[in-house]
Design a protein around this ligand. Structure first.
Ligand SMILES: [Zn+2]
Length: 409
């Protein structure tokens, strides 16, 4: 299994890295540091790197507040992303085992990770932080102490080197400023803290969902964490070999935490495929247009049972008589993208009211048991078995293609 939201975390982290750089700039003053160092370490002298680092730790006064403040929106964004991604992963995993609730599927099935942003949810999360977010917020000062200590060590090292090679005092502050303003370090901090917030939120969501075991998913290039992956699954309250209950295990660790759910069918799920299937999220305008398109769709040509014909719509595809399928058909279903013109219907009419509900739900499932329609590929034909209303609604919403569960016979 792969984690779907790595790229999203990196994209959000890049935004926060800029804010962290700004915070460092207001926390530390290169000119003041260089001047203060020069007072006790005159040009021509020398000092060992370790003594210079000690000097930096003791004598440099950093304003922690801007850094602590920079972590607040970062943690909120990461926490909301973690909740969203973990819900998505969990809902898709259990979707193969038992019926997720409509709410779970609705939240899980429309996520375009390439453009996803926490939006107002981050501010809302901060208004009433859940336990996981609260603990992240509570640990901000301690986290900043660690981050600052690393920064001061690097400043100490550069001061020692500058003295050693005789850099003019006026130039020393430029070197110190480069360390303070280092974009790469800011990105490492943003990624690591984003990863922490995502994982804390994931773990909390699994706990709330009564997941008993979790799995460490190693991010690409995170060789250090293989041992944690090898030890998976572990109990949700246990520690991985690195001593962590969730990622990150080290700076820049972008690993993730997945729920471990015992099922025969979950081995081959590649969640990273699914977001690409679901890029289309209709706007309110498209919903309006779809509703007016629905009004002009023709009634079926023949009377259907006892139903008022005005309440019905002719199915927009060529239709055939209902077909029989294997009752275990879902076991072989794979998520796939189908083109609307290629479809054949096994129902000949649809209910206007139900179509309207699907349009208003923006093409999402309105029943609780499946998020996507079911289509059987029989020879050249792709026959809709389940989801006529949903697929018609998506077509009316202007979609060219739709994700469905496809069974090849
Ligand atoms: Zn890692």
């Amino acid at each position: 299994m792969r984690w779907p939201a790595h790229g999203t975390a990196t994209r959000l982290a890049a935004k926060h890295a800029t804010k962290i750089r700004k915070a460092f700039k207001s926390a530390l003053d290169g000119e003041e540091i260089a001047a203060s160092f020069a007072q006790t370490h005159p040009a021509g002298g020398s000092v060992s790197p370790s003594l210079a680092r000690d000097w930096a730790q003791i004598h440099i006064n950093a304003a922690k507040k801007p850094l602590i403040e920079a972590l607040t929106p970062l943690y909120a964004d990461g926490y909301v992303l973690g909740e969203t991604a973990a819900t998505y992963v969990y809902a898709h995993l259990i979707g193969f085992k038992k019926s997720p609730t409509a709410q779970e599927m609705a939240r899980a099935s429309v996520v375009d990770w390439q453009t996803w942003t926490p939006g107002n949810k981050a501010a809302a999360a901060l208004l009433k932080p859940k336990n996981g977010l609260q603990s992240l917020l509570d640990s901000r000062a301690l986290t900043i102490d660690g981050i600052l200590s690393t920064k001061l060590d690097r400043i100490g090292t550069i001061l020692s080197q500058a003295l050693e090679v005789g850099v003019a005092p006026s130039q020393v502050s430029i070197l110190v400023d480069q360390v303070i303003n280092d974009p790469e370090r800011a990105m490492v901090i943003a990624q690591t803290e984003m990863s922490r917030a995502v994982s804390v939120a994931s773990r909390e969501l699994y706990q709330d969902s009564n997941v008993e075991q979790v799995e460490w998913l190693v991010a690409e290039g995170c060789a250090d964490c293989q041992e944690n992956a090898d030890a998976s699954p572990i109990g949700i309250d246990e520690e991985f070999p690195s001593g962590d209950t969730e990622p990150p295990a080290h700076p820049n660790c972008m690993c993730s935490l997945a729920p471990y759910i015992v099922s025969d069918n979950t081995d081959n799920i590649d969640l990273s495929v699914q977001p690409d299937l679901i890029k289309f999220v209709p706007s309110k305008l498209e919903v309006k247009r779809a509703l007016s398109r629905l009004k002009i769709l023709p009634n079926p040509p023949d009377n259907v049972e006892d139903i008022d014909i005005d309440k019905l719509v002719e199915v927009p595809w060529q239709s055939i008589d209902p077909i029989t399928v294997d009752p275990n058909i879902w076991d072989r279903a794979e998520l796939a993208l189908v083109n609307f013109p290629d479809l054949t219907a096994s129902d000949s009419w649809l209910r206007r009211k139900k179509l309207k509900a699907h349009i208003e739900a923006m093409g999402q499932a309105v029943t609780s048991y499946r998020a996507f329609g079911l289509v059987v590929q029989r020879g050249e034909q792709q026959i809709i078995i389940d989801g006529h209303h949903r697929l018609t609604a998506m077509w009316l919403l202007g979609m060219q293609q739709a994700p469905v569960w496809l069974v090849k016979e």
